[in-house]
Ligand binder design. Structure first.
Ligand code: NAG
Ligand code: NAG
Ligand code: NAG
Ligand code: NAG
Ligand code: NAG
Length: 675
């Protein structure tokens, strides 16, 4: 018996027996990959070495078929469940990888058909099943479940991502957007057939119920209880007794790779669901292509982002650089220690905010600031200068003036230079300028002791500039608003030499007189040449100003417009003390007041040689020398009686004399005198 059983003839008999058995009996199979499967392939369908069934690739206008090679018995007249019936159960895993993301075509089907000869069928929307003539004819006897990835309005497609039941034609009798309801969550989740991800489709027909159920789910999910489509349908009117089962797919203008990864079929009962872990994998290449595309996209976006970021940072850097930009030249190198970094000044003054504005005038604005590094209070003067001419000399001068040290001079700490702008950094004077005390009612009145001390201080400062330093420094703009008061109300002369900036910068052919009207010596307006004598003249005007509490030229009092003339008039009347500031209410040392008024007149002498030097002024103020007798001649003092008077008066800036000139202001007029 053993020999018989193992003999080749017995095996052959068994094999021969098995064929009619398979043909006749209920068919059930399960393919986790198709390497061993005996399938009838047609079109461009092929089986990959790993068992992956590919129905189409992304070539245009192609079809692909894979059919079970043997026909199945569908008994359309059966009444008994024992004989072969129309019931069937199948499930398969498919993947559709579009050529272009989200644009693929046309779709694939599971088909039950009387034949696997589809030579008359066409591509595209006919899915390799029909052509335009036979589409929809009952003679087709075809049932297909379509996975349609293109919207064909003429076929009444609901969208480009749906599952449909097709009977004899591609116009579905029922369809639904690709979706599923997971058993756990119970909420409808849509799926994208073109995602390229494997998906599971179950198709079940029960003869007794005459109900065709189609259920879709991603491979990650188990079979949902609720089918996507549940269609009452009498397949006995559709199918024939002998039918082939299999897949079709078609491409058109739009294309996809259509894959079947595994297939389970059962004619006599519920088909076993495929084991997803055993299925072949999809070709890496295409997936990678997509991934490479994504990587390129991501890289591109990243590069773009980086570029944008660099541009933003660059713009910020440039604007920051522009904001803090300075001008620095080779010749400035020796002034290095006196050079301030603009950024520090910017921060110290909180961006030159108006809150810290101490005053503004002809030379520019003055801001209060606190140096962040040392907490030292400073005053920053922003002087605009357009001309490069003479700037070098001026900076040199300014720097050398930075070496001036005197308790009655405002200390220059250093400078900074930008395009069109020079910044001078000074010690901060908490009490502001003297003119505020003289003319603003907000500031307390200064008593005579204070005033006299200020006059002496300023005189000693000016003397230092003229005679006691290594060079002769002309102030050029002595006046009350340029005298600043420190915390102890000591007078300190500020802004020395600044007027030179304009002097240097101007066209040499036209000489400009720089200074302030009322303090300008008559010869200065004629010749344009500043000397120590012109400074003395201005100091004289300043002395009268402090003693009388009045500006050298007061336009508000037309008959007493020129202070010198008025004081001189008082002196001639023998009542010089009448000129004293009424705010003092007579509380002053008479000798000192008389001295100051007379000395003021003497300094205001129209002949430069007749004026005392600052050293003499100092001696008079200290009482170390006696004041010479004043000349009795009007002409010696009425320096505005010439034809120049009208012109100078006309040149008075409009802001001048309104009683609210900002502190430290240099209300200068630039007079043309080179006619
Ligand atoms: C698709 O398959 C056909 C037949 O195998 C082949 O000639 C064609 O080059 C393939 N197209 C692509 C895009 O792979
Ligand atoms: C189909 O079913 C009918 C009734 O049950 C039976 O008479 C017939 O033989 C069956 N046909 C086949 C081919 O099994
Ligand atoms: C089809 O689905 C319905 C509703 O979920 C269910 O009652 C029926 O048993 C299903 N039939 C088959 C053959 O799966
Ligand atoms: C999900 O909702 C869509 C309509 O948005 C419907 O057509 C489809 O049948 C639903 N899916 C399931 C599994 O019920
Ligand atoms: C087919 O169904 C029968 C009856 O339920 C079952 O015994 C068999 O295992 C199934 N075969 C497959 C491959 O699903």
């Amino acid at each position: 018996m053993a020999t018989v059983l193992t003999s080749p003839s017995f095996l052959i008999i068994l094999y021969l027996l098995s064929i009619p058995l398979k043909f006749a009996q209920d068919v059930n199979f399960i393919y986790n990959g198709f390497h061993q499967a005996n399938l009838h392939l047609d079109g461009i369908a092929k089986i990959h070495p790993n068992g992956l069934l590919q129905l189409t690739n992304t070539s245009n206008q192609q079809v692909g078929y894979a059919f079970h090679p043997l026909p199945l018995k569908f008994n359309t007249t059966s009444t008994s469940s024992l004989t072969p019936s129309l019931s069937f159960s199948t499930n398969f895993v498919f993947a559709i990888v579009p050529q272009i993301p989200n644009l693929g075509g046309h779709g694939l089907t599971f088909t039950i058909s009387p034949s696997w000869d589809f030579t008359h069928a066409v591509t595209s929307q006919f899915l390799g099943l029909f052509n335009s003539k036979d589409d929809g004819l009952p003679a087709n006897h075809i049932l297909a479940i379509e996975l349609d990835t293109l919207l064909n309005p003429e076929l009444l497609d609901i969208n480009k991502n749906h599952v449909g039941i097709d009977v004899n034609g591609v116009i579905s009798v029922e369809s639904a957007p690709a979706s599923y309801i997971p058993n756990k969550e119970g909420k409808n989740i849509s799926l994208d057939l073109l995602s390229g991800n494997p998906m599971h489709l179950w198709i079940d027909y029960d003869e007794a119920e005459k109900l065709l159920n189609v259920t879709l789910a991603p491979t990650s999910s188990s079979r949902p209880d609720q089918p996507l489509l549940s269609r009452p349908i009498d397949l006995s009117r559709v199918l024939l007794d002998s039918m082939y089962i299999g897949f079709t797919a078609a491409t058109g203008g739009a294309t996809s790779d259509h894959y079947i990864l595994g297939w389970s079929f059962n004619k006599s009962g519920q088909a076993q669901s495929l084991d997803v872990s055993k299925l072949p994998s999809l070709p890496r290449l295409r997936k990678r292509k997509v991934k490479v595309g994504q990587v390129i996209m991501i890289l591109l976006v990243a590069v773009l982002l980086v570029i944008v970021l660099i541009m933003i940072i660059g713009a910020a850097y440039i604007s920051r650089r522009k904001k803090y930009e300075e001008l620095r030249e080779e010749w400035e190198r020796e002034y290095g220690p006196h050079r301030f970094i603009y950024k520090n000044l910017y921060k110290a003054t909180k961006g030159f905010s108006d809150k810290g504005l101490l005053g503004s005038g002809g030379f520019g604005k003055v801001y209060r600031g606190i140096l962040p590094s040392s907490n030292v209070q400073i005053a920053v003067k922003r002087v605009s200068h357009d001309s490069k001419q003479g700037l070098k000399e001026f900076v040199a001068e300014i720097i050398s003036m930075g070496r001036l040290r005197h308790r009655n001079l405002v200390q220059l700490l250093g400078y900074c230079r930008r395009r069109g702008e020079l910044l001078l950094v000074y010690d901060y004077m908490p009490n502001g300028s003297l003119d505020k005390f003289l003319y603003d009612n907000e500031k307390p009145n200064l008593n005579w002791i204070q005033r006299f001390r200020i006059l002496r201080g300023v005189a000693s400062g000016l003397l230092y500039l003229h005679e006691e330093w290594e060079q002769v420094v002309l102030h050029r703009d002595v006046k009350a608003s340029n005298v600043l008061l420190d915390a102890e109300l000591n007078g300190r002369l500020g802004d020395f030499g600044l007027a030179r900036l304009y002097d240097h910068g101007t066209n040499p052919q036209t000489t400009h007189v720089v200074g302030t009207v009322g303090y300008l010596a008559p010869e200065l307006t004629r010749t344009g040449r500043a000397t120590t004598c012109t400074d003395v003249f201005a100091f004289g005007a300043f002395m009268l100003e402090v003693a009388c509490g009045r500006r050298p030229i007061d336009r508000r009092l037309p008959e007493e417009v020129i202070l010198v003339d008025w004081v001189f008039g008082c002196w001639k009347k023998g009542a010089i003390l009448d000129a004293s500031d009424p705010r003092l209410e007579g509380n002053y040392v008479m000798e000192e007041m008389e001295l100051v008024l007379k000395l003021g007149l003497l300094c205001s002498h129209s002949m430069p040689a007749a004026r005392p030097s600052m050293r003499q002024v100092m001696q008079f103020l200290d009482g170390n020398a006696d004041l010479p007798e004043l000349p009795y001649d009007n002409a010696c003092f009425s320096n505005f009686t010439s034809t120049e008077t009208s012109e100078i008066l006309l040149s008075i800036p409009s802001s001048y004399g309104n009683g609210s000139a900002p502190s430290s202001s240099t209300t200068d007029s630039i007079l043309k005198s080179g006619r």
